[in-house]
Design a protein around this ligand. Structure first.
Ligand code: SAH
Ligand code: SF4
Length: 392
């Protein structure tokens, strides 16, 4: 498996300094370098993350002279919006362009008095799970902390939800790291971005309202529990190594037994009351039999881990190799888990009409895809799943 740890290219000299995505300490260092007092960090932080202000001229608690310096040297940016699409069910999807031209997708899934923003952590994904559209995208790069936080802020702009509401009734009440990419392979940027989102003087997102979803990259699971303590969802998808391996290459390196141990450890650190969500995609004829459900029950009954299931009927995408099971067989599968005492809702797909549902995100045009693939191969990170078509 390829693990790519590169971040966005550095800004050219003379370019404005992007303040979004800096930690408090980094922001202080910038202010000091501009001749300001460190204690101004708190005020500026408030403007950027509580008020959502992007125009320095309007940051009226700062001196006029300081505002002018900031305007001359810095910027409070947002990713550029390439497209915004609204599904008939209220789901909204943005295609954002990052400063280097790469594009990622972000989705907002509304409920009655709240809603979750599904954020991407990488451009593409190296994990190449066979059922996932993102995994078919050629080149992968990590998103920076600024780009991760920026998706949330741009989504919030879109709902006009600034300043940060004081109660929990918000359009953007929850964050799920379930967009494009494997968050635990972009660990440092994800941690930095989540610390910014959780900062009580800014966006103030509670750790109980953030969920990180991983395909099971074990080496960073423990650290994540310690550093962030946010909710964990694991893309489990099969009750045996044999089946899991056939749909998720990561299982070859990190098999089910090790994954279960890592989940147990995560729960011990993050808190026993915090259930881990077991995501289970239902693929017709692959992992959706009643025996598969019974095997899952056996596995988790014996594990001592507090879990709830989230059953996701496969969301098809153009050229996908699987089929969605019939509603009845999804229900029968869910019943086996429910009868054994597990919460096992079947997730209603949201935003299918705009390809915003789980696993349907994939940003690049074919042309971009091929040029990225060439770059990937040139960098010596080609693999069997990403082969350049002939005559390309
Ligand atoms: N890389 C992380 C998070 C992003 S994927 C992970 O894999 O957990 C978010 C969820 O969508 C995962 O549970 C993933 O398995 C699921 N998913 C991927 N492709 C899907 C598809 N075609 N239909 C339904 N769910 C899918
Ligand atoms: Fe990557 Fe998650 Fe898709 Fe697998 S399911 S390819 S880990 S984004």
């Amino acid at each position: 498996m390829n693990e790519i740890q590169q971040t966005a290219p550095a800004e050219p000299a003379g370019a404005p300094i992007e303040l979004v995505g800096l930690s408090r300490d980094e922001l202080t260092a910038v202010l000091v370098s501009l001749g300001e007092k460190p204690f101004r960090t708190k005020q500026l932080w408030h403007w950027i993350y509580h008020q959502g202000e992007t125009d320095f001229a309007k940051m009226t608690t700062l001196s006029k002279a300081f505002r002018d310096v900031l305007a001359a040297r810095c910027t409070v940016g947002r990713p550029g919006i390439v497209t915004e699409q609204n599904s008939a069910d209220g789901t909204r999807k943005w295609l954002f362009r990052m400063p280097d031209g790469n594009q990622v997708e972000t989705v907002h899934i509304p409920e009655d008095d709240r809603g979750a923003v599904c954020i991407s952590t990488q451009v593409g994904c190296t994990m190449t799970c066979r059922f996932c559209h993102t995994g078919t995208q050629a080149l992968v790069r990590n998103l920076s902390a600024a780009e991760i936080v920026g998706q949330f802020m741009a989504a919030r702009d879109s709902y006009g939800e600034w300043p940060t509401p004081t109660d929990e009734t918000r359009h953007l009440s929850n964050v799920v790291l379930m967009g494009m990419g494997e968050p635990l392979l972009n660990y440092d940027a994800v941690v930095k971005a989540m610390r910014i989102l959780m900062d009580p003087e800014g966006i103030a997102m509670s750790k109980r309202r953030i969920t990180i979803s991983t395909s099971g990259y074990i080496p960073n699971m423990r650290r994540c529990a310690e550093d962030l303590g946010i909710k964990l969802a694991v893309s489990f998808h099969a009750p045996t190594d044999e089946v899991r391996e056939s749909i998720m290459p990561i299982n070859r390196k990190y098999p089910i037994k090790d994954l279960m141990a890592a989940m147990k450890e995560y729960q011990e650190i993050a808190g026993q009351r915090q259930y881990i969500t077991i995501e289970y995609i239902l693929l017709k004829g692959v992992n959706d039999s009643l025996d598969d459900a019974r095997e899952l029950v056996r596995l988790f009954d014996a594990s001592g881990i507090g879990v709830k299931f989230n059953l996701i009927p496969f969301n098809p995408w153009p050229g996908s190799p699987y089929e969605t099971p019939a509603v009845k067989s999804c229900q029968a599968f869910a019943e086996v888990l429910a009868n054994a005492g597990y919460a096992a809702p079947i997730r209603v797909p949201r935003g299918r009409d705009i390809l915003a549902a789980c696993g349907q995100l994939r940003s690049a045009s074919e042309k971009q895809r091929l040029s990225r693939m060439r770059a990937r191969i040139a960098a010596g990170i080609d693999d069997d799943a990403h082969v350049l078509p002939e005559n390309s």
